[in-house]
Design a protein around this ligand. Structure first.
Ligand SMILES: [Zn+2]
Ligand SMILES: [Zn+2]
Length: 143
């Protein structure tokens, strides 16, 4: 039998921990209003796997779940507030917040949902000064 590829991740405080297999794995970015408000971020990068490919391994008792829509339940760590994953009952899949994944994943985002809703300045980020850490010299020599 071929060993199936596994990934893992956790919330910021490390209480909520999960593993997943790469079965049906895909990655996408979403610019919708709901993602923006729920995650306090300008867009969300998802890694999506089938529901049976995802398992919680720790911290289930610390998860608070919030019904976001008829078909979407969002799950976050009630100790540190990290949004960890959402379950969409329409597709029986789990959307993992990519920032919580500790395993290197080759899969690049292939789709951007709600492009019409993206923040207007998104493309201008290419032209900003870039630093190593918070205080180092700019990496690209811009002043
Ligand atoms: Zn936590
Ligand atoms: Zn969204």
């Amino acid at each position: 039998m071929i060993e199936e590829k596994h990934g893992k991740g956790s919330c910021f405080c490390g209480t909520v921990r999960y593993t997943f297999t790469f079965t049906g794995l895909s990655s996408s970015v979403c610019h919708c209003d709901m993602c923006r408000a729920l995650h306090g971020s300008d867009y969300t990068t998802w890694v999506t796997v089938s529901e049976d490919a995802f398992s919680l391994v720790n911290g289930e008792e610390s998860i608070t779940s919030y019904q976001v829509s008829d078909h979407t339940m969002s799950h976050f760590c009630s100790l540190c507030g990290t949004k960890v994953y959402s379950v969409d009952s329409r597709y029986c899949n789990v959307g993992i917040l990519r920032g919580t994944i500790e395993t290197e994943i080759d899969e690049l985002p292939r789709r951007q949902w709600f492009w019409d809703k993206k923040v207007s300045w998104l493309n201008s980020l290419q032209n900003t000064k870039k630093f190593t850490g918070e205080t180092a010299e700019p990496v690209d020599g811009m002043t």
